[in-house]
Design a protein around this ligand. Structure first.
Ligand code: 6GU
Length: 245
């Protein structure tokens, strides 16, 4: 998978050199290219924003630097790649594990990270008329720009790319995967710590009992923390993917 990122703060994406994703990049499973939008701004001050048409507070990102940056990336894309351009935006579709799975099947993602009050609407319209564009939000709260949202999405997507996570089994039982329930609580040694013990069943060696206990814990936790994720249908059904997240 190839990922291009356009931002006025390329330094944010240094985080993608760390940990699992950093290793995946070294191994050539994921290729990440970060572009400074200001390299596509050619006035004396390399300005990327201007006052909003019609007035109002704040600044809007100008279309020309975006046009040059995206034309460059899309013009160099592999002929059969059909890149998907994602603009992180609180006005977009909400990012979910289902969306992460869909995006992990893409060969080329381009993240356009806006700042200020947003990007001139004509940029979205231009690239939507020439290819695939999505506005995607990571939740109902406001960030100062798309960078942190893009990092969250890239991590969620990147770890689903085959080979990135060493043991694919560890992707299966996680929160939001498989049956949409939250994860069960985990314990390790020592069996007693500050008068708190590991639940006895986990030390029993009875794997059927352990599986039953973990499922019970997942249902209890989901009902307590995220009741909207529980459905009668989901609980009755054997493991498998469900529409609910
Ligand atoms: Cl994708 N961008 C910004 N600026 N704020 C957000 C967001 C994205 N998702 C939630 N809040």
């Amino acid at each position: 998978m190839r990922i291009d990122v356009v931002s006025i703060f390329p330094g944010y994406f240094d985080a993608l050199e760390l940990s699992l994703l950093g290793k995946a990049r070294q191994r050539g499973l994921i290729e990440v290219h970060v572009h400074d939008l200001r390299d596509s701004a050619h006035d004396k001050h390399r300005s990327v924003d201007d006052t909003p048409a019609g007035g109002g507070a704040g600044m809007v990102m100008k279309p020309e630097p975006w046009g040059e940056a995206l034309d460059g990336i899309l013009g160099e894309a592999e002929p059969d790649a059909d890149p998907l351009v994602i603009f992180p935006s609180p006005a977009g579709d909400v990012f979910t594990q289902t969306m992460a799975r869909e995006l992990a099947d893409e060969t080329h993602l381009v993240f356009g990270c806006g700042r200020y009050e947003g990007i001139d609407q004509r940029v979205f319209d231009e690239y939507a008329s020439r290819g695939r564009v999505r506005l995607v939000s990571i939740g109902d709260y406001v960030l100062n720009g798309g960078e942190v949202a893009a990092i969250a999405m890239i991590e969620a997507i990147g770890r689903l790319v085959p080979g990135v996570v060493g043991n694919p089994e560890s992707l299966v039982e996680e929160s939001h995967e498989e049956d949409g329930l939250l994860e069960y609580p985990s314990f390790t040694k020592p069996a007693n710590w500050r008068d708190r013990s590991v639940p006895e069943v986990l030390l029993s060696g009875n794997h059927a009992a352990i599986d039953a206990w973990r499922r019970e814990q997942r249902i209890e936790r989901t009902g307590r923390v995220r009741p909207e994720l529980l459905s009668r249908e989901m609980l009755g059904r054997p493991p498998g993917r469900h529409a609910a997240e």
